[in-house]
Design a binder for this molecule. Structure first.
Ligand code: FE2
Ligand code: FE2
Length: 217
């Protein structure tokens, strides 16, 4: 059997390879006005996603029996709630009412599914959300920050200083979980399948997200 560390490294590389060119939420080639529209849409949907992340972590905490992992989750819950408040406040500063935004059904379905996964083993749940999902989120935020730098520096700074460092810590929780629990071929297979399931669902949501942003809704 391969060592757990080697497995985790390989799985991270597989996830990264899956995501090459697949985060279609922002188009780096778009004209500045179109790009700014895409960034604003990311923020509106982001308010919803951060709040659902709070709900998700709360739903999972009682179903993570491994104490050393469970003890890391309340801080993540607190972070996601702070991100929700920060993004909501920033949208208000930009003259929007974040509470009137209707979340994209595909994102709703993704979070509903994740909440319903609470009964699945910890190695699967945290492979999905923290290891696969949050790692991709970090990549996505890096891109967002880079593209927003000139168009909306204040928002870029908010993401860079107040959100991204927390998201890197969340993805590290996923890595830590796999290092602790993915120590048999069966569990490694479970973790790999869980990442695959998650990546495919998130990719569907990204495509729907971009299609709706392009329609200007
Ligand atoms: Fe967050
Ligand atoms: Fe997060």
């Amino acid at each position: 059997m391969r060592g757990t560390e080697q497995f985790v490294r390989e799985l991270a590389q597989e996830n990264q390879a899956f995501w090459a060119g697949r985060d279609v939420r922002l188009d780096p080639e778009a004209r500045p006005d179109a790009l700014l529209t895409q960034i604003r849409y990311r923020m509106r949907q982001g308010v919803y996603n951060e709040l659902r992340s709070v709900e998700l972590i709360a739903a999972w905490i009682p179903w993570v029996p491994e104490r050393e992992i469970r003890d890391l989750l309340p801080r993540q819950l607190d972070d996601e709630h702070r991100h929700y408040q920060l993004l909501r406040r920033r949208l208000k500063e930009l003259g929007e009412d974040p509470d009137t935004y209707e979340p994209l059904p595909e994102w709703q379905a993704l979070f509903d599914w994740l909440v319903a996964c609470r009964h699945r083993p910890t190695v699967e749940k945290l492979a999905m959300f923290q290891f696969a999902g949050e790692t991709q989120s970090c990549e996505g935020f890096e891109t967002l920050i880079r593209l927003a730098q000139d168009l909306d520096p204040e928002t870029a700074e908010l993401y860079r200083t107040q959100i991204l460092p927390d998201e890197y810590r969340h993805s590290a929780i996923g890595r830590q979980t796999l290092l602790l629990l993915a120590d048999t071929p069966e569990r490694q297979q479970q973790a790999r399948e869980a990442c695959r399931e998650m990546n495919l669902k998130v990719f569907d949501a990204y495509q729907a997200h971009r299609a709706r942003a392009d329609r200007g809704l």
